[in-house]
Design a protein around this ligand. Structure first.
Ligand code: PFF
Length: 467
């Protein structure tokens, strides 16, 4: 039925590529920011509980669907039930949208790596440095195009020769760098103007201690929702990416082990990123530096690096190189998923497909990169914030479409094709699907309800209903 399909060489290659997709700016920037905002250890405990239940269910589903159908989202959902092809199309649209802006963020990260490489540590710590960079009509476009070009080159070289090779090299280095920087963060100390001394260990304590002060029911719900949407984004689930990667996994690979390893890698890097960033920001800026949005990574951290003195330039460089690795391996998974779907729909070869997509996305990345200058717009999003082009793409794909897709796919798996369809794939080589009971309850009952609430909340409908 299928032509000779590309595949990962084996379990390790697959796990590193999937971890490469999962570990991205979500782990390095969004997770630490949410942990600091949402009660430290309290957020950590909730997040871990969600990883073991929701994360596991979503990841196992996507990967098993991919390996069993040997196709990407559109073909896979059509194979599961022809009437549900629309869900495949909807899922395919998520990476289509994400790809318009992911290389732009990759470009920002690359720019900052260059800044530290050339020793402009003090300049990058200036208040308006980031704003004047992204509002320039040239530099952010060039960096986005560069990042897009490198991504396309890797995907052009195929699954084993491109994606797996890059992931095998970058992911272990990334892990070492995160551990080294986190270790360094813990040794920091600083005396502020009021004569108060703060140490990295105090910062670590702030990070892992559960803060129950002012915990109301609605705040608890907010923390839960934050943790849940972080989980989706972080594991790259419900957007067809893990279906595509799953379709490249050889039958002999033990999916139970692979799913566990991907979860451990992704969550481990997120926890370490918190230990790397929170103590450093805490030492130099107290809890005030932990602000939202890109400002933590591109505004607060450069101030921290500058305050570190000479070592700051090196630490800044290592940090942004780590972030380039994380962002690049995620970006290639987004482009690969679009490529794989297009190859299946149009029956075209990889090289031609990648070339056409590259032209489209070079143009799209340039437009989004100009969203802070020439194409500046302000749109009020349903969650109350005001967004530019990049935020709008991010909001539609991550906040609205992903929970909706998870809701529909849990109904499809739980009630139409039945959980045993997934279990059969998890037990293909006689392995035991240890969390089978948990999986069945999650996919049939808990996921549909929670995803529905999450969808209502993130699309702004919940607020409307509540008046
Ligand atoms: N999982 C990545 C992260 O945590 O940063 C983000 C991501 C990767 C989102 C790939 C979307 C995507 F298609």
């Amino acid at each position: 039925m299928n032509k000779k399909k590309s595949s990962f060489s084996g379990q390790l290659g697959f796990v590193l590529a999937a971890a490469g997709s999962a570990v991205g700016v979500g782990n390095l920037w969004r997770f630490p920011y949410l942990a600091a905002k949402d009660g430290g250890g309290l957020f950590l405990v909730i997040y871990l509980a969600l990883v073991l239940t929701f994360g596991f269910t979503l990841l196992a589903s996507d990967i098993a669907i991919g390996r069993r159908t040997k196709e990407s989202a559109i073909g896979a959902y059509t194979q599961m039930s022809p009437k549900w092809k629309f869900l495949g199309v909807l899922t395919f649209l998520v990476p289509v949208l994400i790809m318009t802006y992911y290389a732009v963020i990759g470009g920002w990260v690359t720019k900052y790596a260059v800044v530290y490489l050339t020793g402009q540590t003090a300049a990058a710590a200036q208040d308006n440095y980031f704003t004047s960079f992204i509002t320039s009509p040239v530099s952010p476009v060039l960096f986005a195009l560069l990042f897009m070009g490198v991504t396309a080159f890797i995907v052009y070289n195929g699954v084993e020769g491109g994606i797996e090779r890059v992931s095998r090299c970058m992911m272990p280095i990334l892990l070492v760098l995160v551990v080294v920087i986190a270790g360094y963060s813990l040794t920091l100390h600083h005396v502020d103007e009021s004569g108060q001394m703060r140490t990295g260990m105090d910062g670590l304590l702030y990070y892992i201690t559960p803060h129950f002060e002012e915990l109301t029911f609605s705040r608890f719900l907010q923390i839960l929702l934050d943790a849940m949407s972080q989980l989706f984004f972080s594991l790259s689930v419900s957007m067809g990416i893990m279906i595509t990667y799953g379709s490249y996994v050889k039958p002999e690979v033990n999916l139970n082990k692979a799913v566990n390893q991907i979860e451990i890698f992704d969550t481990g890097v997120a926890l370490l990123a918190g230990a790397m960033i929170i103590p450093a920001v805490f030492v130099f800026s107290g809890t005030d530096g932990m602000s939202a949005g890109p400002s933590l990574m591109f505004i607060s951290l450069p101030k921290v690096f500058a305050a570190m003195g000479k070592a700051g330039t090196l630490v800044g460089l290592l940090f942004f190189v780590t972030t380039i690795f994380a962002t690049l391996t995620s970006c290639i998974s987004v482009l690969e998923s679009i490529t794989a779907n297009c190859m299946e729909i149009f029956h075209t070869g990889r090289k031609k497909t990648v070339l056409v997509l590259t032209v489209i996305y070079l143009a799209a990345s340039a437009v989004i990169a100009l969203g802070y200058s020439i194409f500046y717009i302000e749109v009020k999003l349903p969650n109350g914030s005001v967004g530019q082009l990049l935020d709008i793409m991010d909001y539609i794909s991550n906040s609205v479409m992903m929970p909706f897709i998870a809701l529909l796919s849990s109904i499809l798996i739980g009630w139409i094709v039945k959980p045993s369809w997934i279990a059969a794939e998890m037990e293909l080589n006689g392995e035991t699907f240890r969390r089978k009971k948990l999986y069945n309850v999650m996919i049939r009952y808990i996921m549909p309800v929670i995803m529905f609430i999450l969808f209502l909340q993130s699309s702004g409908l919940l607020n409307k209903i509540a008046g």
